[in-house]
Design a protein around this ligand. Structure first.
Ligand code: SF4
Ligand code: SF4
Length: 207
């Protein structure tokens, strides 16, 4: 996979999961929002019917959307059709790529069952990602969606993404007012202490 400078100032490469970072709110009531975005494995994927060679396809057995690199001619129609910007053109191999849901890993019988999960789920240090069958009402993901108000991204587009997002837990500023008063503070934060009582809700920005 083409990935020359993933961590430099101007990163380049083929990314399966871009984490976009935003600052939201008005200073000093700002928060940083990290928004991971990969292929959502839509139930009605607009990237599939536009593909002229059949390289883009959705598996009937599990709904995973994949690209057959042997059939891909690199026309990029699918990246125009995907409303989530999930497709990534590999400039070296000249084929379209995207998240595969680690399809090789999740069916690998040589792995213990609890490790048959996508690499992003396994590696997330805060367990922010869950993996399971969204059509099984008793699965971990279905329970999380029901109990925590999981939602699909841009449902008005009719793509019915299998991947859901869970609302963030409400966060509050935990800095005591005294901590904002510092000697030689160039930002003079002590002058804006009265403004810090307002709560910031990240979900108001997302939903
Ligand atoms: S997120 Fe984009 S690339 Fe993935 S299945 Fe949906 S339309 Fe296709
Ligand atoms: S870039 Fe490849 S997968 Fe995408 S539409 Fe063209 S042939 Fe199909």
């Amino acid at each position: 996979m083409f990935d020359d400078r993933p961590y430099d100032e101007n990163p380049t490469g083929t990314f399966f999961n871009r984490v976009q970072t935003y600052e939201i709110g008005t200073f000093p009531n700002t928060e940083t929002l990290h928004f991971p975005k990969s292929c959502l494995h839509c139930e009605e994927p607009p990237c599939v019917p536009v593909c002229p060679t059949g390289a883009s396809y959705k598996r009937t057995e599990d709904g995973i959307v994949l690209v057959d690199y042997n059939k891909c001619i690199g026309c990029k129609y699918c990246s125009w059709a995907c409303p989530y910007g999930a497709r990534e053109f590999d400039e070296k191999q000249k084929v379209m790529k995207k998240c595969t849901l680690c399809v090789d890993r999740i069916y690998d019988q040589s792995l213990p069952p609890n490790e048959r999960k996508p690499a992003c789920v396994m590696s997330c240090p805060t367990s922010a990602r869950l993996f399971g069958d969204v059509h099984d009402p008793s699965s971990e993901v279905s329970l999380a969606i029901r109990e925590r108000g999981g939602y699909q991204l841009m449902p008005e587009w009719g793509t019915k993404p299998a991947n859901h997002y869970l609302p963030r837990h409400k966060t509050r500023l935990r800095i005591h007012e005294d901590e904002l008063v510092r000697a030689n503070n160039p930002l003079k934060k002590e002058d804006i202490r009265h403004e810090t009582s307002k709560e910031v809700s990240l979900d108001d920005w997302l939903m």
